[in-house]
Design a protein around this ligand. Structure first.
Ligand SMILES: O=C(O)CCC(=O)C(=O)O
Length: 213
């Protein structure tokens, strides 16, 4: 097993980049996830939500699962139904849920079952400001994130927003887990470059699987 300052190789397909931060490169079937994002968007379209303070969120988003993350003037929260339509969010298909649970298991997070998945859609020039995911009930459960399309730099800070970040290049098909000490660390995504990807065009999609309820 090779070891250097930055990466510790644990299994051929997985690297622990920092305590609780695991990267699986080119791990998922990109078409499977892309087709799922398109399917979700047919009933729960991508939309720009607003923050409780009234600012437009530049990353467009939608959800699948038992609950979907939502933001508007009433605050950040999970909603059982899509407020746009009043209907339940599309389900997370079993084959996708299994891929996610298996990856979490490999990283040492046994019995992770995602009951919510937020799908982000980034366009060129859009970034996600540093934040902590803190609307979930149980912080011992990790976040499992899948990237599709145009590559981006994901940044993980510490318990405060500023300071030196761990910069992780996320490419199409990569799966990233952050749990344990990293679960409540600030993280964000740098401005998306203006590139074309054969599957997604100018867009980057990110699936954030969470155990929310
Ligand atoms: O797009 C990403 O890679 C991260 C998304 C994220 O941090 C979030 O949805 O909370």
């Amino acid at each position: 097993m090779m070891q250097n300052d930055l990466f510790t190789a644990i299994a051929p397909e997985m690297e622990e980049l920092a305590p609780g931060v695991f990267l699986f490169q080119k791990y998922i079937d990109e078409e499977l996830f892309f087709n799922q994002a398109m399917k979700v968007a047919e009933t729960a379209p991508f939309r720009h939500m607003i923050t409780p303070g009234g600012k437009k969120i530049n990353v467009a988003g939608t959800s699948m699962g038992d609950a979907g993350w939502y933001s508007d003037r009433r605050g950040y929260r999970y909603e059982n139904n899509d407020p746009l339509s009043g209907n339940a969010w599309p389900i997370i298909p079993k084959n996708i849920s299994k891929i996610i649970s298996n990856a979490a298991d490999k990283a040492g997070f046994k019995d992770f079952i995602a009951d919510s998945c937020f799908i982000n859609r980034y366009e060129p020039g859009v970034r996600l400001t540093a934040h902590i995911d803190q609307d979930e009930q149980n912080f011992t459960q990790p976040i499992v994130s899948v990237s599709l399309g145009v590559s981006a730099i994901f940044q993980i800070f510490g318990e405060t927003r500023g300071g030196k970040a761990l910069n992780i290049s996320l490419n199409s098909g990569d799966l990233l887990i952050f749990g344990g000490p990293a679960r409540r660390h600030y993280h964000g995504v740098k401005k998306l470059d203006n590139f074309d990807h054969p599957l997604t065009g100018k867009y980057r999609y990110n699936f954030t699987f969470r155990h929310a309820l």
